[in-house]
Design a protein around this ligand. Structure first.
Ligand code: DC
Length: 228
């Protein structure tokens, strides 16, 4: 069973997907973390996104794995825990350059599909319903107004001690939206068959309840159709 949750930054996708996976006892797949890990490693080794030969070598040398932690999922690269590192602003601001490279997307596609073959998952990202798992039984597309998403990100950064202004965060979210939706390969868009959910005025728990109800409806309808 595969459930995909796509949408722009700040819609609550990660928290919702993780908690939903927990409720259903599925694996949580944070695909943004994969692109962030590649970016971390490329920047660390001073590999430019314009250097396909070195990028190809880097992609061959990496082994990414996920481990369930108490409060969040832990992301490991070649055994090293990078969970905190990959959320830093310099990774967030550079990840788009690497995430749009065809060779990076091809390698990540393989990793994601391998995980999907082995486990029932709730996966979240930008292209899970449209490219990675187009045949997923249940697909969601989360959205919220850009102001609300920026406010959520602003509060999250504040909690971490990062004192960026609200207007700076809003500007960055708008830039990320533009990059995510206009890139050539696997741009962010609502996948065919995905259910759109606006989270602007909903709490995380309300979103989870809504997605659970919708998922159960789809599964029950499928069952009834099969025994017809
Ligand atoms: O969801 P996030 O902010 O952790 O994503 C980090 C970056 O990775 C973001 O720039 C979009 C990109 N991404 C992507 O291109 N495809 C995905 N399936 C997930 C994330």
């Amino acid at each position: 069973m595969i459930i995909t949750i796509d949408g722009p930054a700040g819609t609550g996708k990660s928290t919702v997907a993780r908690l939903l996976a927990k409720r259903l006892e599925y694996r949580y797949l944070d695909t943004g973390a994969l692109y962030r890990v590649i970016t971390y490693q490329a920047l660390k080794n001073k590999i430019s996104a314009d250097d396909p030969a070195r990028m190809a070598k880097l992609l061959k040398s990496i082994r990414v794995s996920f481990k369930e932690g108490k409060a969040s999922q832990q992301v490991m690269l070649n055994g090293k825990n990078l969970t905190g590192e990959i959320r830093r602003p310099h990774i967030t601001n550079n990840v788009y350059q690497y995430a749009e490279l065809p060779l990076v997307r091809k390698a990540m596609l393989k990793i994601q599909r391998e995980i999907g073959k082995k486990h029932s998952i709730v996966g979240e990202g930008r292209d899970l319903g449209s490219v990675v798992f187009p045949d997923a039984k249940i697909k969601f597309y989360l959205n919220a107004t850009v102001k609300e998403r920026a406010l959520r990100r602003y509060k999250e950064l504040k909690k971490k001690g990062i004192k960026d202004s609200y207007s700076k965060v809003l500007k960055e979210i708008k830039e990320r939206d533009k990059r995510d939706t206009t890139r050539k390969l696997a741009p962010l868009r609502k996948a065919k068959g995905a259910i759109r959910v606006d989270t602007t005025s909903l709490s995380i728990q309300q979103v989870i309840n809504k997605l659970l109800k919708l998922a159960c409806c789809i599964l029950e309808a499928d069952r009834l159709i099969q025994i017809k």
